[in-house]
Structures are given as structure tokens and as C-alpha cells.
Design a protein around this ligand. Sequence first.
Ligand code: FES
Length: 105
Amino acid sequence: AVVTFVSRDGEEREVSLEEGSSLMQIATNNAVPGIDGDCGGEAACGTCHVIVDPQWSELVGRSGSEEEEMLAMNPERQPTSRLSCQMLVSAAWDGLIVQTPEFQM
Ligand code: FES
């Protein structure tokens, strides 16, 4: 199972999904450019922002209230934005596509 991270300029990076990890952990373990995860997954830094491909948004779910507080301050925020540290990976996400923003906060 894989997830594809797409950078703002269209560069794709495929990473294996590990069920039970957060999407942020997977990204940082694989050194995906554009995902920092500075707070270690506490929904407190906003540097793990991803924009979920709209086709996947319903399956992976929308942001919760803690995420909303961080995302509200983000100028690159989109309707399907999430904090990837708050996304617990499921095997059903095989083929997931997320975009990384131009800048992390
Ligand atoms: Fe800090 Fe997600 S890693 S908000």
C-alpha cells in the first residue's frame, strides 16, 4: 500500500503506508520534502500540513477542532487541508494522494 506526496511543483514521491502510524511519521521517516512535523505530532506546530486530494477527502476524514485551530492561521489552507500528524493511517488508504504546501508555517 502506498501514498503519494505531490509537491507544489508537481514532483511525486511514493511512500509505503504503515498502518497505525500517522501520515506525518511516515513522511518524516522517509524524508518527504515539505513535511517538517516540528512538534512531534501534537497538533501544535502546523508544519505537517497536507492538502488531501479531494477524491480522498471523504475516506480519510476532515480536520478535527484541534487541527482547525492551527489550520485557520495558515494562508495555504484549502478545504481538504489536514495536519498529517492527526491522520492515523489505514490500509484502506492505498493509493492516497496528498499535496504538500509551498511553505510550511
Ligand atoms: Fe506539529 Fe502536526 S507535527 S502539528
